[in-house]
Design a protein around this ligand. Structure first.
Ligand code: M6R
Length: 619
């Protein structure tokens, strides 16, 4: 949700900043803007729409050469996606004394600050919450002797809400100042140059040495130095880390779309998520599982908090973790968990699942759980992000960067990681014997190859998607672990094809939703295995009959060799036979391809669907 880049060094700042913004555009694409300091003057260009609009503007109206600059790509909250509301926002004054600011997050007390500024005679030129910061900085700067970091600290003390702020001042050329509370900001350390960004992807071309900033910190960057303090000005601790993937991982690598690349990467992502988890003693080891076995033995309830696709991964995990551990598992949307009065305490393990590690709803749910004394664990893809930093323990998914807004490989690897946590709990509590755990780990180890097989056979799914591109509604039904897969298939179609789609527990259909079925309504059925789930298979066949009798057109996702579904399916997509709890790892993949292809057929921007952003850092 908004991408931020700051640079100071020897290179042309504009090039570094714009290439960084290209990597961060997944975070928001309502507008883009840049500001540089050249010869003691501030120069700003900004434009509504995608980054290409800004690039065209820069072609028509170039910026002067500069080695200090900032850039922003926006997901609109306060004020529509217009040129005026695009960042950077600039204080009043001429190019020699105006301050430029970019922001990610929401300043909750902006209205009060805005009216204070209005009373002081300041005229606003945008509808944003951000602009107040530019004016406040300009107001405070003289009293600090022109110390931009000191002014930033004072401003931050007056703000409530979530913010990453980055500012430059032409009176301090060669200085970039950033601040963070609740929103992401990382520092890239180069030789004679330094970077600030919402995500390491923005600077991984230049350096892999990075610093995680903590909560409520202000960072001052010059070409040769990085100074971090808290909001009071005291030196603050930072955690250095090394980015463990190459810049090429954040490129399309020959694919037309990031989503296609990320779908294709799933066998490797699943393998990476599993790698190195079994120690020489044959026992499951999870890095950074900072909860010891005695604590895990004492847990009497697991609560998963997550949003969107990550919540669907949590729902899949519920079936497995309860089965293996016999501990009750609740799965709750993070935004709902946070603002009720959930029953959690020291014997509850709260698992926050998040690809980005910065989803604000999930972060707030995690903090609420911590405040209630719960034990907490993060399942996360982004190393160094806020959620794993604040949880007691973390299991990383190691899926590599996921750039397409629609989550694909993150989903599969979140399921893997949650399964590993379930097995780890079962091991610590001696609920499963070592041979049972070893058998399940072997089943998991087979999954990269099974997912590969699915990818080899998805071509008919593309044809099917094109055929149904004009449908007005698609329903998805599943049972057991197939139910969250149905929810995920529907979510993919909504966010990419902008089509009405809903996922249902197949048995629930007859309690109401079956009224939606009309002649020709496509119903995608996640068919349980007749071998590993014969009872559920029978029940699903009945549910298929029920909707067929009312005119539904059946698209079955069914196991190889399942002949009993064939007479009832108008179209049958085959997936390899796998153990029942592994089925989501294969049956989700055709649904991802279906949504991607349908969106392409409809001419939509698959990687950057309308109204969405990859990381949702506001509540
Ligand atoms: O980064 P997170 O995993 O916390 O993100 C959660 C959701 O915003 C995310 O899964 C969203 O639903 C995806 N766009 C769905 O494809």
């Amino acid at each position: 949700m908004c991408g931020i880049v700051g640079y100071v060094g020897q290179q042309q700042a504009l090039e570094v900043v714009v290439s960084g913004l290209r990597r961060l555009e997944y975070r928001g694409y309502d507008s883009a803007g840049v500001a540089v300091i050249s010869d003691g003057e501030l120069a700003v260009r900004k434009k509504a729409g995608k980054l290409t609009n800004l690039e065209s503007l820069l072609g028509d109206d170039p910026l002067p050469a500069a080695t200090t600059g900032i850039g922003h790509t926006r997901w609109a909250t306060h004020g529509g996606p217009t040129d005026a509301n695009a960042h950077p926002h600039v204080s009043e004054g001429d190019a020699r004394n105006a301050v430029a600011v970019i922001h990610n997050g929401i300043i909750e007390n902006f209205a009060e600050l805005r009216s204070e500024l209005a009373q002081a005679g300041v005229e606003m030129s945008s509808e944003t919450d951000t602009e107040v910061v530019a004016h406040m900085l300009a107001d405070i700067l003289p009293a600090t002797g022109g110390d931009l970091a000191a002014a930033m600290r004072q401003v931050c003390q007056r703000l409530t809400g979530a913010f990453t702020l980055v500012a430059i001042d032409p009176a301090c050329p060669g200085v970039v100042v950033g601040a963070r509370r609740n929103s992401p900001l990382v520092v890239g350390i180069g030789a004679g140059e330094n970077f600030l960004a919402s995500d390491v992807a923005a600077f991984v071309d230049h350096t892999k040495d990075a610093l995680e900033l903590g909560q409520d910190q202000v960072v001052t960057l010059t070409a040769d130095e990085v100074v971090v303090t808290d909001f009071e000005g005291n030196p603050a601790p930072v955690r250095p880390f090394t980015v463990d993937w190459d810049a090429s991982a954040a490129e399309k690598g020959g694919y037309d779309l990031f989503m296609l690349k990320e779908i294709a990467e799933q066998p490797k992502a699943v393998a990476d998520a599993l790698r190195g988890r079994v120690g020489p003693d044959g026992r499951l080891h999870l890095d950074e599982m900072r909860l010891d076995d005695a604590v895990l033995r004492d847990i009497d309830k697991v609560v998963v908090v997550a949003c969107g696709t990550a919540a669907h991964a949590g729902l899949v995990a519920k079936y497995a973790v309860e089965h293996w551990t016999r501990i009750p598992v609740e799965v709750e949307l993070a935004s709902e968990f946070r603002y009720r009065d959930p029953i959690v305490g020291p014997r509850t393990l709260v698992i926050a699942i998040s690809q980005s590690g910065e989803t604000m709803d999930t972060l707030m749910a995690l903090r609420h759980a911590i405040a209630q004394g719960a034990r907490t664990l993060a399942i996360c893809n982004t190393v160094g992000s806020t959620i794993p930093r604040e949880a007691d323990a973390v299991v990383y998914t190691y899926a590599g960067p996921e750039i397409a807004v629609a989550s694909t490989k993150a989903f599969l690897t979140q399921i893997i990681a949650a399964y590993l946590v379930g097995l780890y709990l079962a091991q610590a509590r001696e609920q499963l014997d070592p041979s049972a755990i070893a058998r399940i780990l072997n089943e998991l180890a087979d999954m990269p190859q099974k997912v590969d097989l699915v990818l080899d056979t998805v071509e008919p799914v593309r044809a099917l998607a094109r055929r149904f591109a004009d449908a007005t509604s698609v329903l998805f039904i599943g049972r057991n672990v197939g139910y969250p897969v149905a929810l995920e298939g529907a979510l993919k179609l909504k966010e990419l094809a902008y089509m009405h789609a809903e996922g249902f527990a197949a048995g629930e259909l007859k309690h109401g939703p079956i009224a939606l079925i009309e002649e020709g309504t496509p119903v995608v059925v996640i068919v349980p295995s007749p071998v590993s789930s014969p009872l559920l298979h029978d029940k699903m066949l009945s549910n298929v009959q029920e909707v067929r009798a009312r005119g539904a057109l059946i698209i079955a996702i069914a196991e190889e060799g399942d002949d009993r579904i064939t007479p009832y399916a108008d179209h049958c997509i085959r997936v390899p036979a796998v153990p029942a709890l592994m089925q989501p790892l294969v049956s989700t993949v055709p649904l991802q391809v279906f949504a991607c292809e349908m969106a392409t057929a409809k001419g939509h921007d698959v990687d950057q669907p309308r109204n969405l952003a990859k990381s949702v850092t506001v509540e």
